[in-house]
Design a protein around this ligand. Structure first.
Ligand SMILES: Cc1ncc(COP(=O)(O)O)c(C=O)c1O
Length: 405
């Protein structure tokens, strides 16, 4: 009624979740299916071209509703338990996550983001003076900072492996990373998807080799959950940190820490309250971090269910296809070089572009005037997710051409 009065589109009038489009439509008319997903499942306005999940994703309606409902019902104290997390192990939530990740519930802990999980890992591993940590030269500041502070404090050595720009194949990267492991190396810590470039690294090959040498492997999977398949059983890593608020529809402030079973008693907890030494709690011991917003965790779970409902394989097929479209457009654009490897295994839904000019002021202005949400700089990543339209990508490249002549 109000929608009709004020001329607002009916869909925008209600913020409640709507049923997913009929699956048959995906096969019959994929563009229509994904458009319907964007229009009905997300709150994105028509005029927004959002191309930066890499920094922070957006929550779809079912997630927003879950968070809001939880806040309302907890303010009304409708439940008979404390509406929080921080002193609770949330076993059922972790079990649901674990069945998706191919690990045990006892190996998972909720955190606020990948940064926190990485700090918990680096802070909790015992290392001594002279020990070495191997990483790539392209780690995110959160993947570097956690090790460099530890190195400064305990006189450790950090060895950075310079990756080619761009690499040729996962085999080349695996070879470079594993051959950097030397007699002093105790830890190898690297991003499963490289932050500034979006390259997908061969996680299993690197972790398996590290394991064979008795080296602890740490995977910064901030970009993985929701973008590519992320099965711990496939990865064979010791520790992993994730940020489901990037690609897995979770509200901001959602993170995850994975601790391989054999390390549960080895890792020291760094943010502690009671139970810090209760190893029977398994990874739950790492969740006694003080009172926290449970609505966010409930939202993250709603995000996981949304992903499962659409189907991670369909999500990947769509977002990867859109990324290929970005690559194709970029190759036809005279102003950029593509820094994404040609090897299809090396990218998911992030394409890295390098501008041929440093003079990007006009582009910055035009991008923001046209409401295109993308970083502007000499080297940028373009993200494609299920809410991305081909027209968003077209608009971006049209804008580059207009701004740079
Ligand atoms: C590879 C990588 N690691 C860690 C982070 C930090 O993630 P968060 O801010 O969610 O902790 C990012 C953020 O972009 C990232 O790209």
């Amino acid at each position: 009624m109000a929608a009709a009065l004020y001329g607002a589109p009916a869909k925008a009038a209600s913020r409640d979740p709507l049923p997913l489009p009929d699956e048959k439509l995906r096969g019959k008319d994929p563009e229509k299916y994904w458009k319907q997903i964007r229009d009905e499942q997300f709150l994105l306005p028509e005029w927004r071209a959002f191309l930066n999940n890499g920094s922070l994703g957006i929550a779809p309606r079912p997630v927003v509703k879950t968070v809001a409902d939880f806040l309302y019902s907890s303010a009304a104290l409708e439940m008979d338990w404390y509406p929080r997390w921080g002193y609770e192990a949330l076993d059922e939530h972790r079990a649901e996550l674990a069945s998706f990740y191919g690990c045990k519930a006892e190996e998972l802990a909720f955190t606020h983001n990948a940064t926190e999980a990485l700090c918990m890992i680096a802070g909790g591993i015992d290392l001594k003076e002279g020990d070495e940590i191997v990483m790539t030269n392209l780690e995110h500041p959160s993947g570097r900072g956690c090790w460099y502070t530890k190195a400064a404090r305990h006189k450790l050595h950090v060895r950075e492996v310079t990756l080619p720009m761009p690499p040729k194949s996962p085999e080349q990267v695996a070879d470079l990373m594993t051959s950097a492991i030397g007699p002093r190396t105790k830890v190898i810590s690297f991003s499963g998807i490289i932050s500034p470039t979006g390259w997908v690294l061969p996680v299993r090959e690197i972790c398996r080799y590290a394991r064979s040498k008795g080296v602890i492997s740490v995977v910064d999977a901030a970009h993985m959950h929701g973008q590519v398949a992320m099965k711990m059983s496939d990865f064979e890593c010791d520790y992993l940190a994730a940020s489901p608020h990037k690609w897995a529809y979770a509200p901001a402030g959602s993170g995850m820490l994975y601790i391989r079973e054999e390390n549960l008693e080895r890792l020291w907890p760094t943010i502690v309250s009671g139970g810090w030494d209760n190893t029977k709690m398994k990874a739950g011991r790492f969740m006694n971090v003080g009172t926290n917003n449970r609505a966010i965790v409930e939202g993250a779970m709603a995000g996981l269910r949304f992903l499962k409902q659409i189907g991670p394989e369909h999500v990947y097929a769509r977002i990867h296809e859109l990324s290929r479209y970005v690559v194709q457009q970029a190759k036809e654009c005279p102003h950029v070089d593509v820094m994404t490897p040609a090897d299809d295994r090396m990218f998911g839904a992030l394409v890295c572009l390098k501008f041929k000019t440093k003079n990007l002021e006009k582009l910055g202005k035009l991008v923001s005037a046209r409401r295109i949400w993308v970083a502007v700089g000499e080297q940028v990543r373009v993200s494609t997710h299920i809410h991305t339209r081909r027209q968003d990508i077209d608009l971006y490249f049209k804008t580059i051409r207009e701004a740079l002549g």
